[in-house]
Design a protein around this ligand. Structure first.
Ligand SMILES: *Cc1c(COP(=O)(O)O)cnc(C)c1O
Length: 399
C-alpha cells in the first residue's frame, strides 16, 4: 500500500473505534480479565464495569439500567427481539407487521418465521421511504403480536415517524420493536416519549467496537430467550460477557450522545454541500430518500444509465470508500429492495451510490469527491450502451 489518500464515506457500514473508547477497553483485556461469574474479588472490577456500561446505555435511551441487555451486535438484537416476542406470544396470535425496507437482519428473520407458521405483513413505503402510520393501523388484526419498524433506514437514511408508529402499537397493546442501529448519535432517542418497547443498537455504527450491541426491553414485555445457556444478563442472554466490548459500547454511546446537535451541525454542513454539489454537477441524478427526514450523514443518489458497482470500483481506485444499493449475488446484480420499495425503476436503482459521512470527514474530502465523482460518472456513461442509446441526457423523470 502506498501513501494514497483515503476518503472514507461509508460510516453507515461501520465506523472506526474512537481512541477514548479503545483506551477504556484495553484494561479489560489485560488486567481485569476475570470472568464476572466467578466469585473471587478481582472480578468485582469487571462486574462494576458492566454495570457502568449498562447505566451509560440506559441514560442514552431514557431507559432504566435493568432494561438493557448486551448482545453480540445489531443482528443478534434484531433476531432476539423478533423471534423472542413471536415465540413468547405464539398462543396469542401469529401475525407480525414490519416494513419492506428493513435491514436483512429483520427481513430474513421475518421470512424465517413465515416458514415456522407466522404470517408477516410487509408495509409499503412512499417515494421517500416513509411508512404511513395509517397503513400500519389498517394492517393490525386480532392476531398481531409484534410490530417491528426501523427507526432510520441504512441505505437511504429516511427517518421513520417512530413515536407515532409506537403510539399506534401501544393503543392496540402490541409490542413495538425498532431497529435503531443507524440512529444512535444522530437522532436523540427516548424510549419513553417515543413509545418504544424494544430497541436494537450496535456499537460499531457509533465509533465503538464490532461484535457488541444491546437490546432494550421495556419492563414487563413478554419475550423468550434467544441464546440459551448460563445465567448471564439476568438469565436472559447466556454466554460469558464480552467485557471489553461492553465497556467500549458504554463509552462510545456516552460520547456519541453527549452533543448530538453539535455533531449534526458539523456533519450536515459537509453532507449538504456534497449533496448539492453532486446534484448540480451531474445530470440525470436522482436523490433517493427524504430531502429533510434523513440521517445527517446520508447521501443516496441514483445515476441514470450506469451501475453502482462500476462507480464503486472507479471511486476505490481514487481512494474513496462508498457503497451501492445493488448487491452482487451469485454473479448477477440484485437491485436494492429499499430502492425498489420507493418505486424506483429497476434499471435506475442499479446506478445508486451511497455516501455516508461521519467524524473522519473534512471539507477537503468533500472537495475531493466533488472533483472525482463527475469524471467517474461521465467516463462510465461514455462506456454505457444504455447512455448511447438514450440519445444522451434523456430527461430523468423519476422525481
Ligand atoms: C448494521 C446494521 C445492522 C446489523 O448490525 P451488526 O452489528 O452489524 O450485526 C442491523 N440493522 C441496521 C439498520 C444496520 O445498519
Amino acid at each position: 500500500m502506498g501513501e494514497k489518500r483515503i476518503v472514507y464515506m461509508d460510516h453507515s457500514a461501520t465506523t472506526y473505534v474512537r481512541k477514548e473508547v479503545l483506551d477504556a477497553m484495553i484494561p479489560y483485556h489485560i488486567e481485569f480479565f476475570g470472568n464476572p461469574s466467578s466469585i473471587y474479588s478481582i472480578t468485582r472490577a469487571t462486574k462494576k464495569a458492566i454495570d457502568t456500561a449498562r447505566e451509560q446505555v440506559a441514560k442514552a435511551l431514557g431507559a432504566e439500567p435493568d432494561e438493557i441487555y448486551f448482545t453480540s451486535g445489531g443482528s443478534e438484537s434484531d433476531n432476539w427481539a423478533i423471534k423472542g416476542v413471536a415465540s413468547a406470544n405464539r398462543k396469542k396470535g401469529n401475525h407480525i407487521i414490519t416494513s419492506k425496507i428493513e435491514h436483512h437482519a429483520v427481513l430474513h428473520t421475518c421470512e424465517y418465521l413465515e416458514k415456522e407458521g407466522f404470517t408477516v405483513t410487509y408495509l409499503p413505503v412512499d417515494q421517500y421511504g416513509l411508512v404511513d402510520p395509517a397503513e400500519l393501523e389498517k394492517a393490525i388484526t386480532d392476531q398481531t403480536i409484534l410490530i417491528t419498524i426501523m427507526y432510520a433506514n441504512n441505505e437511504i437514511g429516511t427517518i421513520e415517524p417512530v413515536a407515532e408508529l409506537g403510539a399506534i402499537a401501544r393503543k392496540h397493546k402490541i409490542p413495538f420493536h425498532t431497529d435503531a442501529v443507524q440512529v444512535i448519535g444522530n437522532v436523540p432517542v427516548d424510549v419513553k416519549t417515543q413509545n418504544i418497547d424494544i430497541l436494537s443498537l450496535s456499537a460499531h455504527k457509533f465509533y465503538g467496537p464490532k461484535g457488541v450491541g444491546a437490546l432494550y426491553i421495556r419492563k414487563g414485555t413478554k419475550i423468550d430467550n434467544l441464546i440459551h445457556g448460563g445465567g448471564q444478563e439476568r438469565r436472559r442472554r447466556a454466554g460469558t460477557e464480552n467485557i471489553a466490548g461492553i465497556v467500549g459500547l458504554g463509552k462510545a454511546i456516552e460520547l456519541a450522545t453527549a452533543d448530538i446537535e453539535g455533531h449534526n451541525r458539523r456533519i450536515r454542513a459537509l453532507r449538504d454541500r456534497l449533496m448539492k454539489g453532486i446534484l448540480d454537477k451531474i445530470p440525470d441524478a436522482h436523490l433517493n430518500g427524504h430531502p429533510e427526514k434523513r440521517l445527517v450523514g446520508n447521501i443516496n443518489i441514483s445515476f441514470k444509465f450506469i451501475e453502482g458497482e462500476g462507480i464503486l470500483l472507479w471511486l476505490d481506485d481514487e481512494g474513496i470508500c462508498a457503497s451501492t444499493g445493488s448487491a452482487c449475488t451469485s454473479g448477477s446484480l440484485e437491485p436494492s429492495h429499499v430502492l425498489l420499495a420507493t418505486g424506483l425503476p429497476v434499471e435506475i436503482s442499479h446506478g445508486s451510490l451511497r455516501l455516508t459521512l461521519g467524524n473522519v470527514n473534512t471539507d477537503a474530502d468533500v472537495d475531493f469527491v466533488l472533483a472525482v465523482l463527475p469524471k467517474v460518472v461521465s467516463r462510465l456513461r461514455e462506456m454505457s450502451p444504455l447512455y448511447l442509446k438514450s440519445g444522451k441526457e434523456g430527461g430523468c423523470n423519476v422525481q
